[in-house]
Design a protein around this ligand. Structure first.
Ligand SMILES: Cc1cc2nc3c(=O)[nH]c(=O)nc-3n(C[C@H](O)[C@H](O)[C@H](O)COP(=O)(O)O)c2cc1C
Length: 485
């Protein structure tokens, strides 16, 4: 790594001119506007009418952000309600899924993940209503607020009964990732075609329940290494769900068919890891380094087989064209996985307790995702594209976001970690209020350290509510000594 590319805290960059200098020094494309416009004509305040006639009232989106705080039965708790209410109060007009909700018990990523079934659907309806009411109280009418539900099966990352016991459901053999699951994975056979066909039906059933609960759309989650994303990379899988791109996307087409038959009015979206890189691990200096893999690398989606530390957008473009042919307009682009290359998925200065120090300046990771989203939006302009990985930009976020929207590089800017520390951020930007610097997410990764250690997620450093919870002291103790303040 060149000296220039070594991580430098963005907090030390005080002005837009210095930010631009840093971006230039890194040799990345991250353009920004000087002034943030306000009022009806402001780029971030523009509404967008989708093809089905629904309106999204502005260009801010709240990403799905799980809290690991559901009950053993998959029901939301008061902590879940608080998070969703804050999403509603944010002023963003697109709520992309709230959080990942498992379509079946065996698909839960933790024993505290929400589940959608006949027993829980009433509670998910109440969760949505709580969010909408919070929006109305704080921000006014909700007729241009679009709220979806993210549906997932955690696949190889399923841990439905105990946070420390993987119970993987594999769709392909992956020499590196299987080994990381430990001995549990060794004896597990990948799901066969009949099991996958049945799981597609389970997604359809869950979608119909989501429609009953009043959600405007469902997101059929295809990202972050979970089952449907794993399937997109299942080049070596035999049978009708592996091998060709046609086969690897069959699962999604089946689900879409079923939804169209059962709930034709329900919107459909896809959150997609638009590119991937090989798994990384902690090197001897603490920094992340790519695993050595055999070439061609034939296990990922949107990754160059011969240089698997770089994206390849050939198939993601074909996938997005397929979405267009299926009449799907909503597409939320993310990348990589929090399990095996977190610096790609959520650029951060500080790793969670099970992570590695950033192998590059996190701004490079931000620029990589923003650049890919821009390229894909240009390739398939008919889709409504939401971009990810903006939180690390902190006070420069509005400047970059406005420029991306103005340039047509995405249709909405998604907010993830920042929505936990500073949910009112979109409202403040849209109203032209100065930002509350104390609430800007500093990417300490405590929101991930918590769940990695069996605790609920939340913004422990900046949200007074979590700061005062008993878990906060345990999380502090899990930080390296130098960061215990
Ligand atoms: C604590 C936590 C929970 C998350 N939960 C979800 C989730 O339920 N579904 C999902 O698709 N992504 C989830 N993500 C990923 C975020 O939605 C987002 O893609 C990522 O944090 C990068 O965006 P940001 O830079 O704005 O944080 C989560 C991330 C974190 C840190």
């Amino acid at each position: 790594m060149s000296d220039d590319a070594r991580p430098r805290p963005i907090g030390a960059i005080k002005t837009l001119a210095a930010f631009r200098d840093r971006v230039d020094a890194l040799g990345i494309a991250l353009h920004c506007d000087d002034q943030i416009a306000i009022g009806r004509e402001a780029p971030l305040a523009q509404s967008y009418t989708l093809r089905d006639g629904k309106t999204v009232g502005n260009r801010f989106c709240i990403h799905p952000m799980e809290g690991w705080d559901g009950t053993a039965d998959g029901l939301p708790t008061e902590l879940t309600h608080r998070r969703w209410r804050r999403f509603g109060e944010s002023g963003a007009k697109l709520i992309w899924g709230g959080e990942a909700v498992a379509v079946s018990h065996d698909g839960r990523a933790s024993p505290n993940q929400l589940v959608i079934d006949r027993r829980t659907v009433h509670a998910l309806r109440a969760l949505r209503e709580d969010l909408v009411m919070a929006h109305q109280t704080r921000c006014g009418p909700a007729d241009d607020l679009l709220v979806g539900l993210q549906l997932t099966h955690s696949g190889r990352y399923a841990r439905p009964r105990r946070a420390d016991r993987p119970e993987p459901r594999l769709v392909q053999r992956h020499p590196l990732l299987d080994a990381r699951l430990g001995p549990e994975a060794a004896g597990v056979n990948p799901l066969d075609d009949a099991e996958l066909a049945s799981l597609a039906e389970t997604f359809v059933d869950a979608s119909l329940l989501a429609a009953d609960a009043g959600f405007a759309f469902v997101d059929i989650k295809h990202c972050h290494g979970y089952l449907a994303h794993d399937l997109l990379g299942a080049h070596t899988r035999p049978g009708s769900f592996g091998g060709s791109l046609e086969n690897r996307t069959r699962f999604l087409r089946r689900i879409v068919d079923g939804i169209r038959r059962g709930a034709p009015q329900l919107g459909i979206g896809v959150r997609l890891s638009a590119f991937d890189l090989v798994p990384y691990r902690r090197g001897s200096d603490g920094r992340g380094q790519p695993e050595a893999v055999q070439l061609p690398y034939s296990y990922g989606f949107g990754v160059r087989a011969q240089v698997p530390t770089e994206p390849d957008l050939t198939e993601p473009i074909l996938f997005m064209r397929m979405l267009r042919e299926l009449g799907i307009e909503l597409c939320n682009l993310t990348a990589g996985s929090p399990y095996y290359n977190p610096h790609v998925q959520r650029p951060a200065l500080y790793p969670p307790s099970d992570g590695y120090d950033p192998p590059e300046d996190p701004l490079i990771g931000v620029a990589r995702q923003i650049g890919v989203a821009m390229e894909l939006k240009r390739a398939v302009p008919e889709l409504f594209v939401v971009g990810s990985a903006y939180s690390y930009l902190q006070q420069f976020l509005p400047h970059v976001a406005q420029r991306v929207i103005r340039d047509g590089g995405a249709d909405a800017v998604g907010i993830g970690r920042l929505a936990l520390s500073y949910p009112g951020f979109p409202s403040d930007v849209l109203a032209g209020r100065s930002l509350d610097q104390r609430l800007l997410c500093r990417t300490f990764s405590d929101c991930t350290t918590g769940p990695r250690n069996g605790l609920v997620s939340g913004c422990y450093p900046l949200d007074p509510f979590y700061k005062e919870r008993p878990e906060a002291a345990r999380i502090m103790a899990l930080r390296p000594r130098s960061r215990r303040h």
